[in-house]
Design a protein around this ligand. Sequence first.
Ligand code: NAP
Length: 263
Amino acid sequence: MHLQNNTILITGGTSGFGYGFAARFIALGNTVIITGRNAEKLRETRQKLPAVHIIQSDVRNPEDIARLYRQVTHQFPALNILINNAGEMRKLIMQQPEQATDLTREIEINLMGPIRMTEQFLPHLKRQKNAAILNVTSGIALMPMPLTPVYSASKAGLRFFTQALRVQLKNTGVKVFELVAPGSPTPLNDQFKEVDGFNPKMLMPADKIIDQALKGMKKDTYEIYPGLFKVLRYVIRFFPGAMLSFAGKMGAQQMYAQPSLNR
Ligand SMILES: NC(=O)c1ccc[n+]([C@@H]2O[C@H](COP(=O)([O-])OP(=O)(O)OC[C@H]3O[C@@H](n4cnc5c(N)ncnc54)[C@H](OP(=O)(O)O)[C@@H]3O)[C@@H](O)[C@H]2O)c1
């Protein structure tokens, strides 16, 4: 697809992949609107990227999505690309109930958010030329990370939703992409730096991932696997048990600690 002269809405554009997408798409001559919950971070992002348009909006909140739709389609009627990027990831240890408050948050942000965004924006996108939806899933959509069970479920769910949507939209002009992103040193991963088994060498710089994503979109490669996941996707398919046990090494000390006796 053409990656110039588009109008692109990116959820979660104030850091990491969302910021990287925004900077690259602006440099290519596109109009870019980003969202985020934190107004201060949005203002800082606009200082760094003066051409970016910012709208405060929480993808977890259906009323915010409806408001976002009204504002974007009013101010930017040429909107033709939606990037569902906003996401959160938390360590959650199910044997320690005190850690499990707000348990379904990643499902609401990472899975229900893109589903609701798609429902809201699809009729508009169907009327546009060169229209697309790109959903940012994760290598963790192919194989769970035991330390992040709800995140794993959210990304696996988003992957299946994306695949089903692609089939449903095959007779429309809306292309459906999935970026199966590998781990990257963005703020999302800050909380894992001290976790046993965390290996920063496994992470891929965000700008390289965005580079691969743009190349994939340009060539209409609907499932984009940057870096290690080009190969790991097959290893996971053929050796799922071994890969799951490998993934279970990260955070093992915390996961296998005995729950306190008074529970
Ligand atoms: N980094 C990785 O290793 C990795 C690997 C695979 C996939 N991913 C996925 O890539 C996507 C981007 O992650 P990242 O690594 O770039 O993380 P990040 O640097 O933490 O950025 C997340 C962005 O999403 C926004 N956001 C979070 N919750 C939101 C909500 N409810 N509504 C609107 N905006 C929200 C954040 O801004 P506010 O906090 O201000 O809202 C921020 O702009 C996520 O879907 C993540 O799951 C990341």
